[in-house]
Design a protein around this ligand. Structure first.
Ligand code: BTN
Length: 266
């Protein structure tokens, strides 16, 4: 990442998001480093980037392959004054902000797979991982990590069917700094509205308009059961509303279930 260029792009554009940047060649994980900075007192909005990660973390304990191939590996440190149970909604805020930013920067028709994968043409382009540290008084800090496949031309065979990059979708190399700056701007705006409202009602319709499975049949994979249902979109808390074949409607929570397409990932 060209830190000076990114700083310039962010000058006067955000108040706090990305105003302190810590850029590294190699890290275990930008989420881990952002957490350390959080414990050391780094300010709200500190952005950590790396060219490669040796222990990139994915959701559900998975690894996030992070070679030095011109991708974006970044984490933002946040100190929101909200109840800890509201923090998972921040993941949705980031997914929405990053999707809007990628649309603006690339013109691609990006979509969201609930809760927080960003998809193009049915393949995953972005993964987001939120981690939180609490203390008795409430949230100590939240770290939101974002991995974007930018300039990779090949994927390992195991994930090639499910993953894509901006290079593969647009046919050309992409500069990373304008994308990161746009995400910071969009995220700051959406985050501030979220803090005022403490729910997602304000972006619900726009988020649902980008939801890849909206109105379609999906597989809900829960701890107790797996079932098919029609995805109806998120509610104001970021839960996915679904309708079972018998017509009953319910909300499913991202911490408890994952969603697949009936025929595969989307
Ligand atoms: C997922 O499983 O979809 C979430 C992947 C999140 C990857 C990003 S890369 C930058 C940040 N640092 C990490 O270790 N993980 C996140």
């Amino acid at each position: 990442m060209k830190t000076e260029e990114l700083q310039k792009l962010l000058e006067g554009r955000t108040k706090w998001a990305g105003q302190h940047i810590r850029a590294f060649e190699k890290l275990d994980s930008t989420n881990i480093r952002a957490g350390q900075l959080g414990r050391e007192g780094a300010p709200h909005g500190t952005l950590v980037t790396a060219e490669r990660q040796t222990a990139g973390r994915g959701r559900r304990g998975r690894m996030w392959e992070s070679p030095a191939d011109g991708s974006i590996y970044m984490s933002i440190l946040l100190r929101p004054r909200i109840a800890p149970e509201k923090a998972p909604m921040l993941t949705i805020v980031m997914a929405y902000a990053a999707a809007c930013a990628l649309r603006r920067c690339t013109g691609l028709d990006v979509q969201i797979k609930w809760p927080n994968d960003i998809i193009v043409n049915g393949k995953k382009l972005v993964g987001i991982l939120t981690e939180m540290s609490t203390e008795p008084e409430g949230i100590r800090y939240v770290v939101i990590g974002v991995g974007i496949n930018v300039n990779m031309k090949h994927f390992p065979e195991e994930i090639g069917e499910k993953a894509t990059s901006l290079w593969l979708e647009t046919g050309q190399a992409q500069e990373r700094e304008p994308i990161v700056a746009e995400i910071m701007e969009q995220f700051e705006r959406c985050f501030e509205t979220f803090l005022q409202k403490e729910n997602l009602e304000y972006l619900r319709e726009d988020y649902n308009a980008m939801l890849v499975n909206c109105g379609k049949e999906v597989c809900i994979l829960g701890a107790q059961e797996t079932y098919r249902a029609q995805a109806l979109g998120i509610d104001g808390l970021g839960q996915l509303r679904v309708r079972r074949p018998d017509g009953t409607e319910e909300a499913v929570y991202a911490g408890e279930v994952s969603v697949r397409g009936v025929y595969g990932y989307v």
